[in-house]
Design a protein around this ligand. Sequence first.
Ligand SMILES: Nc1nc2c(ncn2[C@@H]2O[C@H](COP(=O)(O)OP(=O)(O)OP(=O)(O)O)[C@@H](O)[C@H]2O)c(=O)[nH]1
Ligand SMILES: [Mg+2]
Length: 411
Amino acid sequence: MDRLGRWLGRKKSPPAEEPSSASEPESAGLESPPSEVQEAPASEPLPGASSSEEEPAPGASGGLRGIWEATRRLALTPVDPFFEKMAEGLNRTRQSLVGQVVDLFRSHRRIDEEFWEELEAILLTADVGVAATDRILEALQGSVREKKLREPAELLDELREVLGRILGAEEPEVRALRIEKGRVNVVLMVGVNGTGKTTSTAKLAHHYHKQGYKVLLAAADTFRAAAIDQLQVWADRVGVDLVRHREGSDPAAVVYDAIAAAQARGVDLVLVDTAGRLHSKANLMEELRKIRRVAGKDLPGAPHEVLLVLDATTGQNALEQARVFHQVTELTGLVLCKLDGTARGGIIVAIAQEFQIPVKYIGVGEGLEDLQAFEPGQFLEALFDQRPGAGEARDEGGGPSGSSSVQDSRS
Ligand SMILES: Nc1nc2c(ncn2[C@@H]2O[C@H](COP(=O)(O)OP(=O)(O)OP(=O)(O)O)[C@@H](O)[C@H]2O)c(=O)[nH]1
Ligand SMILES: [Mg+2]
């Protein structure tokens, strides 16, 4: 069966509500403590796969034997829990983007003006953005001309290819975090309130701690006492040290102390959690500039990374945030959180089209292990996941529970 045929054979899952945690960033903090970390099972059989080793009865028909063989193969196929988690998280984006495109292909036998208009509307609605949508349409129209494609179905592979080009699938090195052993590495986590800075800081700490790096957290969001306490909870859970001052103190002083402590204690990585809200945007930006200045003065070359944390559920607002923050503090990478549970994951395409700043990590859940190194190839694989019923059983609670793991083959 061809790719479109397999897609058309899939049953659709009903759209679900956005999780409240994603849509109510203001409630972040100790009032809503981070969810319990659940260890993902090392491997789980695919939904519906049989673990039975029993052979079919002798004399069973070829058809039955074929089904049994296929089931056995599925059961023996190792499941990558990281990939599963991402595929699961992208369920709604898959429906809103790829699913709709496939529906369009099904309803149009010919590639005509109306077809292009509908495709444009789907891409824009999925938050792919105007610039990336134009680029995609141009590329597909070029393919239709050059390859003399007649059937809309032939365009699905072309769509995947152009998305790969926009997401920078050929340039893995730009997404590597600039962490070097043998020096104190400083990573600043910035972003507006509620996007996932503190959680992502903890997830990164957990990842590098597990890799054997000595990690120190700096609680530079001194605006709220709850923010400091929230990071303390994470530090205790991860098992790393935290440098904290009192509420209302100077965040740059926290960073200064953290770097001094890191140098004294042989720390490899200082992760700095910053405030997302202050009395005004100007204050926030001035504070970031100061933190940067102090870090650089204290430790030449620091901060080695400035990661802007964005909330995928906010769609096009994320673009504006990236613009503003980039003007103030040169960003080295983006972390796109809350890709799970939103239909607006197309925003990652808009971001990649608009900015030279690479998306380095994606957040696909609230657990400590739910941060993944962004790999465009894998991401598209998950987005275009065609296994029958992919993600659907998991929607109903039948799949890997809780968390997957930070997947960073680059570190
Ligand atoms: N579903 C989901 N939720 C996430 C993800 N990342 C963070 N969250 C949740 O988003 C909420 C806000 O996260 P925080 O890490 O506190 O955000 P913040 O940017 O530090 O917020 P402020 O300190 O208030 O600026 C919390 O409930 C997190 O559990 C993610 O990838 N997926
Ligand atoms: Mg925070």
